[in-house]
Design a binder for this molecule. Structure first.
Ligand SMILES: Nc1ncnc2c1ncn2[C@@H]1O[C@H](COP(=O)(O)OP(=O)(O)O)[C@@H](O)[C@H]1O
Ligand SMILES: [Mg+2]
Length: 327
């Protein structure tokens, strides 16, 4: 097959995202003819590159447009308008999961728990749940923890008001205020369409996290200070396969992840992020459609744990996408 890797431009001066080379190798080993198409902040070059000789499949890794995560779903929409086949979620799925406050409403409708929350836009209250401090304040349409830092966790009204106004100023977006679930954090990959399957559960281990700081996988925690490099883990958090964990809790987390995947109309592959309280209550924190496929990142590691090599995983995603269009 002729496959075009559609990806967001690297930030100026940043090293190339290693996932590109890894995917290229995996797809070529599988016999595909692979090219790259970059998405920056103009549509005509993308259309020209994709239409010059249309690929059989677009491997959609584009997660922002002109630096804006909120525009991610528009890229899939453009592929639809160009009658191109592509991997991963549709514009609907990207939109539902991509806006955390919309995602929470959809999950709530389906009876899937996510933390109590309120949303505010420029002073107007959209919805207020039964909130208790501490809460975490985030811009609902940003990704990779832009905007979520340890300072996002606030304990009182004064801190809350200050943080909210900072988010309004910086992101010009609604503010999502969520009850802070101070429990263990888990990631569950989901793969499939007609019967989506959960992958083995990964835990973000905070054992070596600095004492006294709220435990959040913040921008600093995920990418190191300044966000240099992809997939680097901050000293203090490690993604591990939990050794001591209740079987029933594992099954509940996997079932919750699959329900969230379906409720948000995701396709092919996604990673669902969960927090679990000391009482074993499972909350969905975030759904990540078209999640990061770097081979050492959570999703590929979980697939490997399930006995799937990186090449097999990428092959499966291509097959899943192809099968959707064959129906
Ligand atoms: N309600 C919450 N309770 C506890 N921790 C949270 C909550 N929301 C977010 N976090 C922490 O912040 C991190 C980033 O938040 P998330 O909503 O996943 O944003 P992003 O899109 O930036 O990944 C999570 O991985 C988790 O560690
Ligand atoms: Mg997240």
């Amino acid at each position: 097959m002729r496959i075009a890797l559609l990806h967001t431009a690297d930030a100026a001066g940043a090293p190339e995202d290693p996932v590109l080379g890894q995917l290229e190798d995996a797809l070529r080993e599988d016999g595909h003819d692979v090219s790259r198409v970059v998405v920056a902040d103009r549509v005509p070059p993308v259309v020209a590159a994709l239409c010059a000789s249309p690929p059989d499949l677009v491997f959609n890794l584009a997660e922002s447009y002109g630096g804006k995560s909120a525009l991610e779903s528009n890229i899939a929409a453009l592929l639809n308008l160009l009658h191109l086949r592509y991997t991963g979620s549709s514009p609907a799925g990207l939109l539902l999961a991509g806006d955390k406050s919309i995602a929470k409403k959809v999950l709530g409708f389906h009876g899937i728990a996510s933390p109590e929350a309120a949303t505010v836009y420029r002073g107007d209250l959209d919805w207020a749940g039964k909130l208790h401090f501490p809460v975490i304040v985030k811009p609902p349409q940003e990704d990779a923890s832009l905007g979520v830092t340890t300072r996002s966790v606030v304990r009182d009204l004064q801190e809350l008001l200050e943080t909210m106004s900072a988010i309004h100023r910086e992101f010009n977006q609604p503010v999502l205020i969520e009850e802070f679930v101070d429990g263990r954090e888990f990631y569950v990959g989901v793969l499939g369409n007609e019967s989506p399957k959960p992958l083995p559960v990964i835990e973000l281990d905070f054992t070596d996290f600095p004492e006294g700081r709220p435990r959040v996988a913040s921008f600093e925690a995920k990418w190191g200070d300044g966000g240099a490099g992809h997939g680097a883990e901050f000293a203090g958090t490690r993604a591990v396969f939990p050794e001591t964990i209740d079987e029933e809790l594992l099954r509940t987390m996997q079932a919750t992840a699959v329900e969230a995947f379906r409720a948000l109309r995701l396709r092919d592959y996604a990673r669902i992020d969960l927090r679990v309280t000391a009482e074993a209550k499972v909350y969905v924190i975030e759904a990540n459609p078209n999640c990061y496929l770097e081979r050492h990142a959570e999703f590929a590691r979980a697939a490997e744990r399930a006995g799937m090599s990186y090449r097999e995983l990428i092959h499966t995603i291509v097959e899943l996408a192809g099968a959707r269009y064959a129906r």
